[in-house]
Design a protein around this ligand. Structure first.
Ligand SMILES: C[S@@+](CC[C@H](N)C(=O)[O-])C[C@H]1O[C@@H](n2cnc3c(N)ncnc32)[C@H](O)[C@@H]1O
Length: 314
């Protein structure tokens, strides 16, 4: 049984990308963080919650502030990643496999920030923890998934597609048959995937195009995986391998797809609804002053990217 943290450990330990990436489609997020990090003062103590592959740590370090940054994540993450290396100015400390709810640091922080994480945690415990370790005068910034955002909608579309491929097309059963056929372990040929698609009125070429997209531009959990292409590609590249090895690779791929789907489902389940935002805001407002609750939009088409909640301690 996969735990909540396992789905992330497998993601970060296989060198995947974060949302705020160098050539990000969501440059407005990067701009937001640059603006926030620019406000940090020398000598500040910072805490990042749910650091993943440390992409935001990397962004922060560009500002060359004399600061201590503690980056926490509940999952197993790659602590050796360059992003986590301290610089002459910024000392970075990484705490992996540490759910934020039970963090037992004695430190206080001047700036606590988090992106797409708080909504996955036990909100009540997390907010209580964060408000207790925030220094007087300190600031808290949370970026969250919002229902209806670009990421939410693409996760929904992708989950539907994966469900369809798995349940309607029986993709993995098909692939296993196909491999057995290739290795002459099946007497009669299985139907071609092409005719399966035709039957379901899907555009096969579109699927293939999407598959290429997966290889070219996404190692990310947040953009469409195109299973068919991935699988075809995998099979093509495995022609020379022995049967058992091919079988094992396809099983690994199936596992990855299931984890990917679990991450997308977690996003869909945890994205902020109006009620959840109210719940978070009420919890924060018990000890802090909320200074902002806004949506971040994408410049090019005005679609929602995320919700930002900022608060400060008196
Ligand atoms: C959607 S990812 C976001 C990662 C990174 N902030 C980014 O924007 O790329 C969510 C992260 O939160 C972490 N996480 C989930 N629940 C957590 C918890 N209770 N405590 C600490 N980290 C948690 C996961 O391990 C994962 O790395």
């Amino acid at each position: 049984m996969m735990s909540k943290q396992d789905i992330w450990s497998s993601y970060w330990m296989s060198d995947n990308t974060a949302i705020v990436d160098t050539d990000s489609k969501f440059k407005e997020l990067l701009r937001y963080w640059e603006f926030k990090f620019n406000e940090v003062q020398d000598g500040h103590n910072l805490l990042e919650v749910g650091t993943g592959n440390g992409r935001l740590v990397e962004v922060f370090k560009q500002f060359a502030k004399n600061a201590n940054l503690t980056a926490v994540d509940g999952a197993k993450i790659d602590k050796e990643n360059d992003a986590f290396k301290s610089t002459a100015q910024t000392t970075v400390k990484v705490i992996a496999e540490q759910p934020i709810e039970t963090l037992s640091e004695n430190e206080n922080y001047d700036f606590i920030f988090s992106q797409f994480t708080i909504e996955y945690t036990d909100i009540e415990k997390t907010i209580s923890k964060l408000t207790s370790v925030l220094s007087p005068g300190g600031k808290l910034t949370l970026i969250c998934h919002e229902v209806g955002s670009i990421l939410y909608n693409s996760a929904q579309a992708e989950v539907n597609e994966i469900d369809w491929l798995k349940n309607e097309i029986n993709l993995f059963t098909y692939v296993h048959k196909q491999i057995e056929l290739k290795h002459q372990r099946l007497a009669s040929p299985s139907p071609s995937l092409y005719s399966e698609y035709k039957k379901h009125n899907r555009n096969y070429n579109d699927l293939i195009k999407k598959l290429h997209k997966y290889f070219e531009e996404t190692k990310s959990a947040f953009f469409a995986v195109n299973l068919v292409d991935v699988i075809y590609h995998t099979i093509e590249n495995m022609d020379h391998l022995p049967f058992e090895e091919v079988k094992q690779k396809i099983e690994e791929l199936e596992l990855q797809v299931n984890m990917h789907q679990a991450r997308l489902n977690a996003l869909l389940e945890n994205a902020l609804t109006t009620e959840k935002l109210t719940q978070i805001s009420d919890l924060i407002a018990t000890d802090l002053t909320i200074t902002k609750s806004d949506l971040i939009y994408r410049d090019e088409d005005g679609q929602i990217i995320a919700r930002v909640v900022e608060a400060s301690k008196a």
